[in-house]
Each structure stands twice: as structure tokens, then as C-alpha cells.
Design a protein around this ligand. Structure first.
Ligand SMILES: *[C@@H]1O[C@H](CO)[C@@H](O)[C@H](O)[C@H]1NC(C)=O
Ligand SMILES: *[C@@H]1O[C@H](CO)[C@@H](O)[C@H](O)[C@H]1NC(C)=O
Ligand SMILES: *[C@@H]1O[C@H](CO)[C@@H](O)[C@H](O)[C@H]1NC(C)=O
Length: 256
């Protein structure tokens, strides 16, 4: 599997929360809303029936390392001249990676920060201001993902079809705002986490709005407690303290 890294987990780590029930979005209005807006995937199995088929002594986690569609390569290239992002094609690529991970027995897949439609690398370069905003901000807004849209529902369906936990990171468009969003989708199509990065870093704030602190949490699943943070949040004690105190077994950290 050239596009993924494998991480093996010891059985002892994963049995801790085996008995805990699945999460129903208690008290989290964003998760409830995301579930209401989502067209539920066509699945006949409960998450417990799906997980019962897995070998939890040898859990494979997939981390996406491939670039989004049209993202400037190689990695350190920040030349956006002539680049237009393509959310539709990136969603299709993401679905093919979800399928590939599942075919290789991965039970969880994580995507890099705002992989949908792609991190606007170069906007943090304050010493050498570039015209990224002038030429690309409209394209970026139009290619940000909307909860409940066809693209969103396709990603949820991919989690169901491939019976895998999908940890998304995406630029979310919600009315007049963009957010650096993360979501965890269960193999039965339930949205377990939907969150916005609490405080985008530096010039990211020119593009994206803030999240709120109640969006930092871990959820119980039949494979353990899972949590997510985005890039610079990993250096903020107010974020990492909450995640540690909520005793995650699996952490999905998204970086550009
Ligand atoms: C789910 O069950 C229905 C009716 O029992 C069946 O028609 C459908 O093909 C099943 N779907 C899947 C994904 O197994
Ligand atoms: C993306 O796909 C949708 C259909 O799901 C289509 O209506 C839309 O025009 C496409 N966008 C672009 C930019 O091709
Ligand atoms: C763990 O699972 C992976 C993926 O299915 C497989 O390649 C590997 O051989 C398994 N290892 C053990 C010790 O079962």
C-alpha cells in the first residue's frame, strides 16, 4: 500500500472501551445538526455487527498521504498560478482512497488538514506576501464542502459501503463562514464528531472562522475512544489537556 502508513495497536489498548456503547451525539448541537442534514447511507448492519467481523488484536489505521486533485506539487511548491481546485474530483479521489484502505483491511482512515479541497499552502508566508487571496479566494470558497451536500453524502456513503471509520478534514462552507472542519463518520453512516478548529493559526484566520471549545472531545466507539485535533491545536494546552483527560485510544491528528 504505497499511499498509506500502517500503525499497529496493542490489543490491551483497545479492549479498555470495548464494552462502551456507540456515541449518540449527546449534548453536541453540531453533531446533531450534521446527522439531521446527512442522507443516511444504505447499510443493513449495525456498527456492532460490522465491528464483530474485525480482528481487534490487529487493527490497521490508514493515513492518507496522497495530494488532493490539482494541489501544486512537489510538496514545497507554493506556486498557485493557474491552479483551480476541484472539490468534486477530490471527493472522488478521497472515496477511492477510502475503498483502497478498506480493501487493505484498514478499519480507520484519516485525512490531512483541509484535504478537501486542499490546504492553501503559501498563505502563511508573511515575509513574502503573495497574491493567493486576490486570485484564489473565490475558487477556494466555491470548492469548500457543505454538510448535507451531494459531495458530503457521497463521503458518508463511502464510509458505509467500505465499513470503515472515516476521519475527514475539510474546509467547510456554512452560510457566510468557512471553517477548518473535522468529522468522524462511523461505518454505519452516523456522524460521531463534527468540529471546527478552535483558533485557526496566523493568516489562516483571514480565511477561516473560529470554532468553539465544546467542539474538543473524544467519543466512545466499539473500537475504543476516538478524538481529533487539527494541526496547531496540538500545541495548545487547552486542546491537548481536554483530549488527554477524555482518555483517547485513537487520535486522528490532521496536518497540511
Ligand atoms: C439491505 O437489505 C435490503 C432488503 O433486505 C436489500 O435489498 C439490500 O440489497 C441490502 N443492502 C445491502 C447494502 O446489503
Ligand atoms: C460538481 O458536481 C455537481 C453534481 O454533484 C455539479 O452540479 C457541479 O456542477 C460540479 N461542479 C463543478 C465545478 O464541476
Ligand atoms: C495485521 O493485519 C494486516 C492487514 O490485514 C496484515 O497484513 C498483517 O499480516 C496482520 N498481522 C498479523 C500479525 O496478523
Amino acid at each position: 500500500m504505497k499511499h498509506f502508513m500502517h500503525i499497529g495497536f496493542a490489543a490491551s489498548l483497545l479492549t479498555v472501551c470495548w464494552a462502551s456503547s456507540s456515541y449518540h451525539g449527546m449534548g453536541n448541537a453540531m453533531v446533531r445538526r450534521a446527522n439531521e442534514l446527512t442522507r443516511k447511507g444504505n447499510n443493513n448492519l449495525t456498527v456492532h455487527e460490522i465491528v464483530a467481523k474485525w480482528d481487534l488484536e490487529n487493527l490497521t489505521i490508514a493515513a492518507v498521504r496522497e495530494a488532493p486533485v490539482n494541489w501544486p506539487l512537489p510538496m514545497l511548491n507554493k506556486d498557485w498560478d493557474g491552479v483551480t481546485l476541484d472539490l468534486n474530483a477530490t471527493v472522488d479521489l478521497g472515496i477511492s482512497l477510502i475503498k483502497k484502505a478498506s480493501e487493505n483491511q484498514a478499519r480507520v482512515i484519516g485525512f490531512p488538514e483541509v484535504w478537501f479541497p486542499g490546504y492553501p499552502k503559501g498563505i502563511l508566508n508573511s515575509e513574502n506576501p503573495n497574491p493567493w487571496f486576490e486570485y484564489h479566494v473565490r475558487d477556494y470558497i466555491e470548492n469548500s464542502l457543505v454538510i448535507g451536500s451531494d459531495n458530503w453524502n457521497k463521503l458518508v456513503q463511502a464510509a458505509v459501503d467500505n465499513e470503515i471509520y472515516v476521519g475527514l478534514s475539510f474546509s467547510e462552507r456554512d452560510a457566510a463562514h468557512l471553517y477548518m472542519a473535522q468529522a468522524l463518520i462511523s461505518p454505519d453512516g452516523e456522524i460521531l464528531i463534527h468540529r471546527h478548529k478552535l483558533r485557526p493559526s496566523a493568516q489562516e484566520r483571514d480565511l477561516w472562522s473560529d470554532g468553539t471549545v465544546d467542539q474538543i472531545y473524544a467519543v466512545s466507539t466499539p473500537i475504543g475512544r476516538i478524538g481529533m485535533l487539527s494541526c496547531g491545536e496540538h500545541t495548545a494546552p487547552e486542546a491537548t489537556f481536554i483530549m488527554q483527560s477524555q482518555t483517547e485510544d485513537i487520535h486522528i491528528g490532521s496536518w497540511p
